[in-house]
Design a protein around this ligand. Structure first.
Ligand code: CTP
Length: 449
């Protein structure tokens, strides 16, 4: 029996796929089709696949050409599969001409003619209505947004507004955007959504105003510094039928998500302790907003949304107590250690603008622990470690660009699919973080060190 194998994403299955599968099948007696997993596609930068892996597998099966469908999940798997399934022919479309010659060592490589004039990319583009986004606040954080948005389908960054018109003009020139707006009111008719990247204390009013104007909102983290306000804003978003999402980039990063679901599935047993740390020394420039108490500067507000994320995601929002230990300077915390006690666990986060810490994340469980080295908030690697070191596992992922593309993609996907919240950072999780910021502001259980 002559076995043929072929691979692809098979998103929005089209005539090109049908022709390819038919031709591949005709090369032998038995056709194996490898369909890429969702995480594999994400890891190789294919962020916009519309159908999930189950839908894509079903679509391939429904063609009737595949005798067997397998999932492709890692680089190098093709060689493994060819050997494992004793494959005679590897077939792929001619757009890959030459790219798979290295497989000749294992089987016959055949490049089949590609059907002209059709592709999943083209179908996705045709069926997508671009979400028009305006940027509010053109500071350091916003500078990363346009280039990251450029790699996501379905978004059109229209222009920007800044309280200082010179800054927004510079910004749009630099980022090659179409338009500066002199006010948010002028921006609203031209956009479906806004990305708010202004100083923390302005978030509440700007979010509220955008929601009242029925604009979807992606707002930089921390969204607000008060739980009540967070609840009010999410309720307003729901009432207005628009999406409100906190832009916590770690929450949307593929590796971090994989780590969370693995731990929830019990790979290190029951979680008893989480230690998360993040520090960023700026001591050469104390005039920055980060050091200004009147602009909600300080380590907690600036950095804590990241270490709080694994704690809230894994241990939940119902902690028994929370305590803050801070080193203060000019009214802001240069360093804070925060301890959250849960019914069955204890967690600590450390954040520092004026103290350097080892920026890692350690999640300890009853059977083992997860170790994510610095910078864990841009997760691209982690290890699961056990008493028996032979059981240890290392996981590697891609972290592309500034990493905002993952949250932008989720934001757009939620809007396009009329999903008004994201499982990666649930409303109650954002609210819990805002509540913690509020407790810190009120100096609840606070000790100065
Ligand atoms: N293919 C083809 N003719 C087309 C499109 C795809 O023969 N017009 C082939 C590819 O060469 C590959 C298989 O179909 O062997 C699966 O390709 P896939 O990457 O899933 O399809 P594309 O439409 O090329 O997807 P995308 O635009 O997302 O890259």
């Amino acid at each position: 029996m002559k076995k043929v194998i072929t691979y692809g994403t098979y998103d929005l299955l089209h005539q090109g796929h049908l022709n390819l599968l038919r031709r591949a099948k005709e090369l032998g007696d038995y056709l194996i089709v490898g369909v890429t997993s969702d995480s594999f596609d994400k890891n190789r930068g294919k962020l916009n696949v519309r159908n999930n892996v189950l839908e894509r597998v079903e679509a391939v099966k429904a063609t009737g050409y595949a005798d067997e469908v397998i999932i492709e999940d890692y680089v190098g798997q093709k060689i493994d599969d060819i050997q494992k399934y004793d494959v005679d022919i590897f077939a792929i479309g001619s757009d890959w001409e030459g790219k798979f010659d290295y497989l000749n060592e294992y089987c016959n490589v055949v490049y089949l003619p590609r059907t002209q004039g059709i592709s999943s990319t083209q179908l996705r583009a045709e069926s997508t209505i671009d979400v028009r986004v305006g940027i509010i606040g053109c500071g350091r954080v916003a500078q990363r947004f346009p280039s990251e948005a450029a790699v996501v389908n379905g978004i059109n960054v229209i222009g920007a507004y800044d309280i200082n018109p010179h800054i927004s003009e510079e910004f749009i020139k630099e980022e090659k955007l179409e338009k500066t707006f002199s006010s948010v009111e002028e921006m609203y008719p031209c956009v479906d959504a806004v990305y708010i990247a202004t100083p923390h204390l302005s978030h509440y009013e700007l979010i509220k105003d955008a929601l009242e104007n029925k604009k979807h909102v992606l707002v930089e983290t921390p969204m607000v510094l008060d739980g009540e306000k967070a609840i009010e804003l999410f309720e307003l978003a729901e009432k207005q039928g628009v999406l409100l999402m906190e832009a916590n980039k770690t929450a949307h990063c593929p590796a971090f998500n994989h780590l969370m679901v693995m731990i929830k599935s019990g790979v290190i047993g029951e979680v008893v302790d989480i230690d998360a740390s993040l520090s960023k020394l700026w001591d050469d420039n104390m005039s920055l907003r980060e050091f200004d108490s009147s602009q909600a500067g300080g380590s907690m507000y600036e950095l804590a949304s990241y270490p709080l994320l694994p704690i809230i995601k894994l241990m939940g929002i119902n902690y028994d107590s929370i305590r803050f230990f801070s080193r203060m300077y000019n009214g802001i915390d240069m360093y804070t250690k925060c301890i959250l006690q849960y019914p069955k666990g204890v967690c600590a986060l450390k954040v520092g603008l004026g103290a350097k810490t080892e920026g890692n994340l350690i999640i300890s469980g009853t059977k083992g622990y997860a170790y994510v080295p610095a910078p864990w908030w841009k997760t691209d690697y982690f290890e699961l470690r056990y008493e028996d070191q032979n059981q240890n596992k290392k996981f590697f992922y891609q972290w592309d660009g500034f990493g905002l593309r993952y949250e932008i993609q989720e934001f757009i996907s939620c809007i396009v699919n009329h999903r008004f919240s994201s499982a990666r950072l649930k409303r109650e999780e954002s609210i819990a973080m805002a509540e913690i910021m509020g407790k810190f502001r009120e100096r609840d259980n606070f000790i100065e060190i």
